[in-house]
Design a protein around this ligand. Structure first.
Ligand SMILES: Cc1cc2nc3c(=O)[nH]c(=O)nc-3n(C[C@H](O)[C@H](O)[C@H](O)COP(=O)(O)OP(=O)(O)OC[C@H]3O[C@@H](n4cnc5c(N)ncnc54)[C@H](O)[C@@H]3O)c2cc1C
Length: 340
């Protein structure tokens, strides 16, 4: 077995975050296997509230580099159970999400296709209940296996206990900083059903009911590549802000002034507004402040064209928040976790 832990000092931050923000982490502990969970150096890191648990760095903006970080790199997949058409797959927290989706689609284990090409790791997926093209992780998540940072105790949390909602979970709110996610358990189906409730995906699959999960996977990859910057070329963390949820009365009032307002009624009576549309209507799509900017093809994506610092990107994000609040009276909340 590989050595469970490896400690590095003075580690460049830039390759560890998709914004490509520069800096240095004083101490980085890489976790390649949880066989070493009782090792004192891991406890020493995890008990320190200032220590960041890091995955692929694709949902983080570093205004300051963390002094200490634990990077989850252990990768494994094992089938826990098979019953009827379902397969329960346990996946190590360090598994790269895009590879996992592609592999499962190829094996005929379905349910993840619409979540293709979302960067990052399996362990981070429950943190904000990743979602795209009409599907959220909650639809296939069975359980989350965590280690309590304070004690090292292993706990298997059923997905229903994790408070998964739109880009949120208890891991982001009342459990923030409490757990390290060691692995997740997915419930996948052998039945080749495709979810086409997202209009842009349905349009990209004209065969409709005849489309296979592989077709959906490929269509999602094509759409994403046309709309989003490739983190290998232009730094970003995908959507910077969440789509705001507002009372129906607010949406109605806005529609009187803005008849083309993009708004989706939610089952709880609230209305979800498209943050990208709001930013666009403030004239901020394609905005550039030095090397920080918004992506010309999607205003919701804040980008680093090369040399922007985390502070400069954060300043631009705050400028966007202020403009949207002034024009629409709507508060945009970051989807990205900002590390100060
Ligand atoms: C181009 C692009 C497109 C994107 N598109 C989407 C999209 O369509 N939908 C979507 O939902 N997201 C999207 N994202 C955001 C991002 O990919 C996801 O949020 C992803 O799950 C983050 O994974 P990560 O491993 O990079 O997490 P990181 O950025 O490393 O961490 C994010 C948060 O999770 C915590 N964390 C990470 N791993 C663990 C762990 N094992 N245990 C405990 N805490 C942990 C970190 O402390 C941090 O608070 C996109 C990002 C990019 C760059």
């Amino acid at each position: 077995m590989k050595s469970a832990l490896s400690l590095e000092r003075d580690v460049p931050l830039q390759p560890l975050n998709t914004f490509g923000v520069s800096g240095q982490i004083d101490q980085l502990l890489r976790v390649q296997s949880f066989a070493g969970f009782d090792r004192p150096e891991l406890y020493d890191f995890l008990r320190d509230p200032a220590c960041l648990v890091l995955g692929g760095g694709s949902n983080l903006l570093f205004v300051q580099p963390p002094r200490r970080a634990v990077r989850i790199e252990h990768r494994y997949q094992s089938v826990e159970r098979e019953e009827g058409r379902f397969v329960w797959l346990r996946v190590g927290g360090g598994c790269p999400w895009p590879e996992l989706v592609e592999e499962c689609t190829q094996r005929g284990w379905f349910g993840l296709e619409n979540l293709a090409l979302i960067p990052g790791t399996a362990g981070a997926a429950p943190i904000q209940n990743i979602g795209a093209y009409g599907v959220e992780l909650v639809e296939v998540l069975e359980a989350v296996v965590v280690r309590e940072r304070a004690t090292g105790a292993e706990v298997r949390l059923p997905a229903s206990a994790c408070g998964l909602g739109y880009r949120s979970s208890r891991f982001k709110t009342e459990w923030r900083g409490r757990y390290l996610i060691e692995s997740i358990v997915l419930r996948l189906s052998r039945e080749p059903r495709v979810k086409l409730n997202y209009a842009a995906l349905a349009q990209a699959l004209p065969d409709g009911e005849m489309a296979t999960p592989r077709d959906a996977f490929e269509a999602v990859c094509r759409i994403r590549r046309s709309k989003l910057p490739d983190p290998a070329e232009v730094g970003s963390a995908g959507s910077f802000f969440q789509n705001p949820l507002v009372p129906a009365s607010t949406a109605e009032a806005l529609r009187r002034d803005w008849p083309d307002l993009v708004a989706y009624p939610q089952p709880d009576g609230r209305v979800k507004l498209a943050a990208g549309w709001l930013i666009d209507r403030c004239g901020l799509r394609g905005l550039r402040r030095g090397d920080a900017g918004t992506w010309p093809a999607q205003a919701l994506v804040v980008v680093n064209y090369g040399g922007a610092t985390g502070a400069q990107i954060w300043q631009l994000a705050q400028e966007i928040q202020a403009a949207v609040a002034a024009r629409f009276g709507v508060c945009l909340e970051p989807e990205v976790q900002v590390w100060h």
